[in-house]
Design a protein around this ligand. Sequence first.
Ligand code: ZN
Length: 317
Amino acid sequence: MENQIAGIHHVTAIVEDPQQNIDFYAGVLGLRLVKQTVNFDDPHTYHLYFGDELGQPGTILTFFPWPGARHGSRGTGQVSAIALAIPTSSVDYWQQRLTSYGFIVSEPTSRFGENSLSVYDPSGLLLELAAQPETSEQHIWESGFVPSDHAIRGISGVTLTIAQHEPTATLLTETMGFRKVGEAGRYVRYAVADSGPGKHIDVVSRPEVPEGLVAAGTVHHIAWRTPNDTEQHAWRETLIRQGYEVTPVRDRQYFRSIYFREPGGVLFEIATDEPGFAVNEPPDQLGTHLMLPPWLEQRRPQLEQTLPPITLPVTKD
Ligand code: ZN
């Protein structure tokens, strides 16, 4: 193995209303809106990024809000759940908080020794809040909505639902550097690097289930971390050599990306840690203004008129 993925970079999902998206992920979950921009491939729609205080890789959830979008369906060939890490002592807090906002929350269930709650976001996206031991290197966003003792610590992992286990498992273990760390019922857990939050993926094979439809309320893709352009280039070469169709490098302004479809049908991205969200906004102002890439800046007046107005979360003191 010549290379190893460093963990999850971000997960991107399709939702419906941008305001509902902000109110839930910032207001209810207490994440920081770290970037307001547009979908670079469809600039008349938003692309909203949430994360910890700095929007560090491994904490980032990104959304394409498409008002009126048709609903997707969960099935194979998808990231079927996103697990967010919470402290082990915060399970009751989150169960109560989400319930108080009218969300239906599952009773805690245990998988691989982690207690976890399930809830659907306002667009029907399945989230899990998974209790995890604390780690260092946290940059908790002091939102005021959620006490920092209970704040979400980033992405814990994701569940991939696919029809056939083996081809995906081979990619994960023989190419991307994952190792199998456990098996529980239908779930097989793979971890990479030093394990911990953002370092694992649960694979569920369900050959009896039809393919999912990627639309509102489903995950669009998952991005894996690579530190820089040189290593990303090496990944591209490796994957192409193995027969994968990999896109050219795309400049996403806050990172650079390549995309390919894994054998189970899920869209994978490999994204650089560099340069990060502070590249065009000071860290204390992240997410406060509509930021456009240089090639769309001249279209700003028109885009500002057509994008639906949004109200930013007010951080309480
Ligand atoms: Zn992405």
